[in-house]
Ligand binder design. Structure first.
Ligand SMILES: [Zn+2]
Length: 264
């Protein structure tokens, strides 16, 4: 097993939230932080399930998904290097309200759930940061509901690709059309038509199971207002959101220590 992280090890800088935690608070958490590599589509936890860990993505990206009894699912929020997954469960209840799935593979720093709660109860600053971050996730979920009800598939797909690009710091996104259709809650044929349109306009290059963002500015022009709204909520509550510039270490470069090894 890999050694635990020390405070302010450069690796931690890949998660903006850990970067905002004071050094004294980080020292409380340090013995309980462990980096691991997660594969795409790995399920971190199911809805209504007790969870034992919280997750600070540092390259990997997590989808929070609401599933219905019919098997349909809709993505409520996407969390990557800008946040933490499971913090509200850590603060109270330990139960997740949604399913957490790895949307883009990569490194995530795993923290013991009790350690985060203990540290937060000792530090009003840390508690405030976690609560403000949870508000950004709530705001994302509200935005997603409004987006789903009112915005066109093309604008929603543009928004979604930009968000995934920001959080993974990569122009290369390994998504199949089936997966995109599932996340957006639309038919696959709708995604096919829209992906073709975006490719014809030179915004993306689409090949089997892979999307490359070619022109992010044009994607922003075609995205619905929800992309900018989510960034604005984050900036107001937490701080500057991820720049969306793929100049940081990407998921492909992250060390590949499988999550299963942490459990041993
Ligand atoms: Zn929208």
């Amino acid at each position: 097993m890999r050694s635990r992280l020390s405070p302010r090890e450069p690796r931690l800088m890949k998660n903006l939230l850990l970067d905002l935690i004071s050094l004294s608070d980080l020292k409380l958490l340090q013995p309980y932080l462990r980096p691991a590599y997660f594969k795409q589509h790995h399920v971190l936890f199911e809805a209504d399930e007790k969870i034992r860990h919280v997750y600070f993505p540092a390259g990997g990206v997590v989808s929070l998904i609401i599933t219905l009894s019919t098997g349909e699912m809709v993505e409520a929020a996407m969390v990557g290097m800008d946040g933490v997954v499971g913090a509200s469960a850590a603060l109270d209840g330990k139960v997740s309200l949604s399913r957490g799935v790895i949307q883009l593979p990569g490194e995530i720093i795993v923290c013991d759930i009790d350690a985060l709660k203990t540290a937060a109860l000792q530090s009003p600053k840390l508690l405030s940061l976690l609560i403000r971050h949870e508000q950004t996730v709530y705001a994302q979920a509200q935005q997603s509901a409004a987006c789903f009800a009112t915005h066109q598939v093309e604008a929603r797909l543009c928004r979604w690709l930009l968000r995934a690009r920001d959080l993974s710091a990569s122009d290369n996104l390994p998504f199949t059309q089936e997966y995109l259709a599932e996340m957006l809650g639309v038919r696959r044929t709708s995604v096919t038509v829209v992906a073709h349109t975006l490719q014809a306009a030179g915004m993306i290059k689409y090949s089997r199971g892979k999307i490359q963002v070619l022109n992010s500015e044009a994607l922003q022009d075609s995205a619905c207002e929800c992309y900018a709204a989510v960034r604005a909520h984050y900036e107001r509550l937490v701080g500057a959101p991820p720049a969306g510039v793929p100049d940081r270490p990407t998921a492909e470069e992250a060390p590949k220590v499988p999550y299963a090894e942490l459990e041993k």
